[in-house]
Design a protein around this ligand. Sequence first.
Ligand code: URA
Length: 459
Amino acid sequence: MRMYDIIEKKRDKKELIKSEIEFFVNGYCKDEITDYEMSALLMAIYLNGMTKSELTNLTLAMANSSEILDLSDIETNGTFIVDKHSTGGIGDKATLIVLPIVASLGVKVFKMSGKGLGFTGGTADKLGSIVGYDINIPLERAINQVNEIGACLISQSKDLAIADKKIYALRSLTATVESPELIASSIMSKKIASGTKKLLLDVTVGSGAFMKTKEEAKNISNIMIAIGKETGIETKALITDMSEPLGKNVGNAMEIKEVISFLLSDETSIFSEDIADLREVVFNLSAWMIKMAGLGDDIEQNKAKVLEAITSKRAYNKFIELVKAQGGHIYNVYMDWIGMSLDMPVLKDEVKYLKEITAQQDGYIVSIDSKKIGEALVVLGGGRKEKDDVIDHAVGFEFVNEVGDRVQKGDTILKCLYNDKNKFEEAFEYIEQAIYIDNIDKKLADTLKNKPHVLDIIY
Ligand code: URA
């Protein structure tokens, strides 16, 4: 077999067979196929797409390129382990809220999360802002932890789906990341390798996501569901909005604070308009995970259980249990506003400077470009340009206003917390470009403000 023939076949829109796909995946892992050959093939795939059979074979070949985890030692007591995966976004702290909620309701969660790269954040980095939290605990300990407290949140093992790691690195250099087939097979290969049998996808759409339109998001969801069917993973997808950042905070430690505050909501504050977007996403993801775990078929009833888990503080206590189990440092503090003392994680949240970013004109906030906000965070040091960059967990943004709000010139729209004045100057350019204010009519502003954040469910 020759790589040249495989590239030519794909270029000419002919279907590759299983042995050809295994040949280039395994050959690339063993360095027998060069980067230029692989780049040409990836571009042919990007331009011509893949058939269902090619997709399944590519996904399985990548999954089988290294070890496949066996989660059978997790005691499920008749329920199902459910994995959740977001295709990425800005301010996306949903995993950190959903996981303790569903674990407190009996769902067993074995969750692996990655670091952020480029403008999107990563759950592993957010957890990295908790002093002492060990995201790299050994597999055996993680499985024991799920048996003991119902959940673990660990980093994606370096040894899983090695082919995907190599191919993804090349895709990011050759303008071939944004291929629905390559994204779908990349995600699903890691899910197969991590032992997932039931998967709830959060497929984000908008400026801060890979998928820019709802149609693209639906298309990629259907591709992943189809791969799931072929490879034994029951997969469902929520399509969620990522045209503006999710929630009020963007930045690792700041997002952990928002997670804590959300999980400490009471019967009134949980319905606050300020957290409407995050609440909608969290409640839907949690309710679907409970259903997939076999713990309740009715989504509305599941949402009622989610509400109870939050307001009773069971979900918060589960979050603290998880942080403690993985070595996170905790302190106890008396909280006046809820009249009780609580355990809190110790955060790496020291910043030197705070700047309020104000409206340059009167009008309504029409859009907040989440990609630009993500890029501004990278400039401040809160995200990575290169995969080995060390990040500053403390920096970030807190939004005072959101899309659809009326503002007057000089009103604070967001607060920026930073440690390096030079970096702030550069980040400010992105922030300025991200916020668009105009004199639209109130009806349109209200529509923008109240737009749904969960756009569809596909299964
Ligand atoms: N996330 C992945 O894991 N892979 C992709 O290709 C894109 C997003």
